[in-house]
Structures are given as structure tokens and as C-alpha cells.
Design a protein around this ligand. Structure first.
Ligand code: ZN
Length: 227
């Protein structure tokens, strides 16, 4: 068999594959939805993603979610949560920024209660006030959230370059990681690139171009790449 294909198949055999599933009804329904779709991994919102306020998780919610997950064949480490839509960790508006950081800290707590090890967040928008300030606020927000002692890792989801978005090219991502590193928040040596990997600022990259950019950008070159 072709060596390249062999490598990809080997990777795929060990890959946990899933999708975002609904928690409609109660949070444990997410596990039913994932099992029904034959997922070996899944992502959820821990609450309604379209509002600022979230109902607290009850002891029953937490126990039901955990026991259903245990009964399923899905590993706990293959679950993750996604931040709700409204928070903007790069917001120049003080109230919006503070609410966003509070939501991030609350979500870390909710993930911890549910035993979910990863929380995905977008990098936010500077709302036209410039990338430098946007990055500074994002790093501050992540640093404050990183001080919580919960065993939850924050995963940063970069964008494909929507207007005013932070982290929308290699240089900006490198700057974010450098600043996080100097705040001693970034410990991981491995970076997982998500669905927007190949597109930055509206430009599509081949895998080779992409790897080359990562290897030569200050702040990114120390990372290993995983596909
Ligand atoms: Zn997302």
C-alpha cells in the first residue's frame, strides 16, 4: 500500500470523530445524541448559547451526564464544550469585556463540574479599534481565566479572517502565543489546528504553505503540528 495512504489510514483508525450535539431537553441528552450518531467524540454548549445568563447546573444534571457518558463508549477526554456566542474577549467595551471574561470563567467551572476537559473559545473582535488592543485584551482575559485552578484546557479557535477578528493571520496568532507564553499561561507544546486551518484573511493555503508559515512565524515555530 502507498506509504502516505497507509499513514493517513493509521491516523484515522485512532482518530476520534464526532460533531456538535444538542443538549435540548437536558444536558445528558447530548450523550444520547452522540451515541445515536455513532460519534466517538462530541462537542456541546453547556447552556443556551444565545444569551448571557445560564441556569446553574443541578447535581442531578451533572450526575446524569456523567453516568450516561460512562455507560457509553465515548471517552471523557473526547468531549469538549464551546463557549456561547455573545462573549467577545477582544472587546474594547469595558462592560462587554468584563462580561465575556466572567462567562469564560463560568464556563470553565461548568466544564469542570461535568468532567469536560476542553473548552473552545473564539478569539474575538476588536470592533474596528485595531488588532494590537484586541490581542492585549484577549491575552488579559485568557490570563485571568487561566488563573482558575480547574482542570480544563482552553482551546483557541482561530477564524478565517472575518472583519476585525483577532488572530486572523499567522503573525497575529504568533503574537497571541508569545504574549500568553510570557504570562506563563501557555504550557502546551502541541497545537491543534481546527476547521479554519487553511484559510486566513480570505486566502486559502495549501498544507505545505501552511506548515511553512507556521515554521517561520515568530511565536508559532516552537509548536508541533497535528493534523
Ligand atoms: Zn467556534
Amino acid at each position: 500500500m502507498n506509504a502516505g495512504l497507509n499513514y493517513v489510514l493509521k491516523k484515522m483508525l485512532h482518530m476520534q470523530i464526532g460533531c456538535h450535539v444538542s443538549i435540548s431537553g437536558s444536558i445528558d441528552k447530548a450523550v444520547d445524541n452522540a451515541v445515536e450518531r455513532k460519534c466517538s467524540a462530541f462537542q456541546i454548549f453547556t447552556r443556551n448559547p444565545r444569551g448571557w445568563n445560564a441556569k446553574e447546573l443541578t447535581k442531578e444534571d451533572i450526575a446524569n451526564f456523567k453516568s450516561k457518558l460512562k455507560e457509553s463508549k465515548i471517552e471523557r477526554l473526547a468531549t469538549c464544550a464551546h463557549m456561547p456566542y455573545l462573549p467577545n474577549l477582544a472587546s474594547p467595551k469595558v462592560e462587554g469585556f468584563e462580561k465575556s471574561v466572567k462567562t469564560l470563567i463560568d464556563e470553565i467551572e461548568r466544564c469542570s463540574q461535568l468532567g469536560i476537559p476542553y473548552l473552545v473559545t473564539h478569539l474575538g473582535s476588536h470592533l474596528g479599534t485595531g488588532e494590537e488592543g484586541g490581542i492585549k485584551r484577549l491575552v488579559e482575559g485568557l490570563s485571568r481565566a487561566g488563573k482558575t485552578s480547574k482542570d480544563v484546557m482552553i482551546l483557541l479557535e482561530n477564524t478565517a479572517g472575518q472583519k476585525n477578528s483577532v488572530g486572523s493571520d499567522f503573525k497575529q496568532l504568533g503574537e497571541i502565543f508569545n504574549q500568553l507564553k510570557s504570562n506563563k499561561i501557555l504550557y502546551s507544546e502541541i497545537i491543534l489546528f481546527g476547521k479554519h486551518t487553511y484559510k486566513f484573511n480570505g486566502k486559502l493555503f495549501t498544507w505545505e504553505e501552511y506548515v511553512n508559515n507556521v515554521k517561520t512565524t515568530d511565536g508559532l515555530h516552537q509548536f508541533q503540528l497535528m493534523i
